[in-house]
Structure formats: C-alpha cells, structure tokens
Ligand binder design. Structure first.
Ligand SMILES: C[S@@+](CC[C@H](N)C(=O)[O-])C[C@H]1O[C@@H](n2cnc3c(N)ncnc32)[C@H](O)[C@@H]1O
Length: 205
C-alpha cells in the first residue's frame, strides 16, 4: 500500500461508488440477504446502511484498512453486530457451511484470484445459502470488450488492481456456484467500459 492506495483511492471510491444511483443498486442487490452474513471486500462500508432487517450478524473481510473513522461511524449506527477482519477472501478462516448469505459488491473485479475466493464463498455457505453480488465486468458487446481489454492495464494502476474485463457470470460458475438469477444492465452515467453490471444471486451447485 502507499499514500495513493491508503488515502486518495478510498476517497475516490466514496465519491464514485457512493452515489445515489449506486446506493439504489446496493439496496436492490442486498434486499434478500439474511441471517449470519459474510461480506468480502468490505472497502469503506458503503453497503452497511443498505442491509435489510433480516440480517442478524455481519462478518466482513478486506485485506486493506480504509477510512477507519468513516467505517467506525457507519458500524456504530447498526442494529446488528459487525466483525471486521483484515484478510483476503481467497483463504477464509471459517468452517464449512457457516453463513446464510455471502455478499460481494464491486469486489470480484479486484480480488487477485476471484475463482479461489468464489470457491471459498461456496465452501462457507450453508447448502441452502445464497451468494448475492453486484459487480461490473466484461461486456457482451465485442467492441466494448476489446476496449476493456485495451484499457485494463491503465485501470489496474489507477484503480488499485481493479479489472474492467472479468466475465463475472463465468467466474461464478467456474467456482461451482449456480446462477439462480443474473441481471445484466448498464450503470447510468458511467462509461460502458466500467458500467457493464452483473447483479444477481448464486447458490451452491
Ligand atoms: C472497488 S473496492 C469495493 C469496496 C466495496 N465492496 C464497495 O462496494 O464499495 C474493492 C475492494 O476489494 C478489496 N480487495 C482487494 N483484494 C481483496 C482480496 N483478496 N480479498 C478481499 N477483498 C479484497 C479492496 O481492498 C477494496 O476494498
């Protein structure tokens, strides 16, 4: 980490990913989350205020510590307990079948080995549990996808490891999860290379 990753990028994340449009999407994506929940790639806690009342307990993992005071303020307002752990999603220290829901928003783009992380998601989910996601990724339009491939090296530098071109649905399936629901849409007001969205629910296959 460095000054840009620790202090500048988290504020850019707040600005770009905390807009009203993204808040609406977070609320929509998280509506079915319940019980004992794990969130991977917690970031600055932008999801916290959008969890429904059906959540009883949240464990959140992220290797980075971002905007500590903002996160503390957000967690203090919640009606359920939150445990924040600074570790990577590729190796989770939880027993099999522990969580009712696992959440990932705008994180599968950045995790260095997303399939390893998704296999861990599958392992720690209860058999009837759900993986709930809201992600951006590879376009189905070949012209846009080519631009995503071309611009990806620059994106990885300016957005601290974020990739524009990951095929999110395929990665989820590759990890042994079954897509129960997948909504594809373009995020309004965002260039298509970064705004091709994947929102949905997957279950252990
Ligand atoms: C673009 S931010 C999104 C943050 C948050 N999920 C949101 O919706 O605002 C991507 C996050 O993934 C985290 N991340 C990077 N590598 C990770 C890993 N191996 N496991 C879990 N999270 C990771 C980053 O630290 C960062 O907080």
């Amino acid at each position: 980490m460095g000054f840009y990753a620790d202090h500048v990028f988290p504020r850019l994340m707040e600005l770009c990913l905390g807009t009203h449009k993204f808040q609406e999407q977070r609320e929509h994506a998280l509506a079915s989350v319940r019980g004992n929940v794990l969130e991977i790639g917690f970031g600055t806690g932008l999801n916290l205020l959008h969890y429904p009342k059906t959540v009883t307990c949240l464990t959140a993992v992220d290797p980075a510590t971002l905007l500590r005071n903002t996160v503390a303020q957000r967690t203090a307002e919640l009606s359920f307990p939150v445990e924040l752990l600074h570790l990577s999603a590729e190796t989770l220290p939880f027993e099999e079948g522990r969580f009712d829901s696992v959440v990932s928003t705008l994180t599968l783009c950045t995790i260095p080995d997303p399939v390893a992380a998704l296999r861990e998601v599958r392992r720690v989910l209860k058999p009837e549990g759900t993986f709930v996601f809201l992600e951006h990724g590879r376009s189905d339009d070949e012209t846009i996808a080519k631009w995503q491939d071309r611009l990806n090296p620059i994106q990885r530098i300016i957005a601290c490891g974020c990739n524009l071109n990951r095929p999110i649905g395929a990665l989820i399936r590759q990890a042994g999860l079954r897509l129960d629901r997948l909504d594809r849409f373009q995020m309004p007001g965002i260039p298509r290379i970064a705004g091709e969205m994947y929102r949905g629910i997957a279950i252990p296959a």
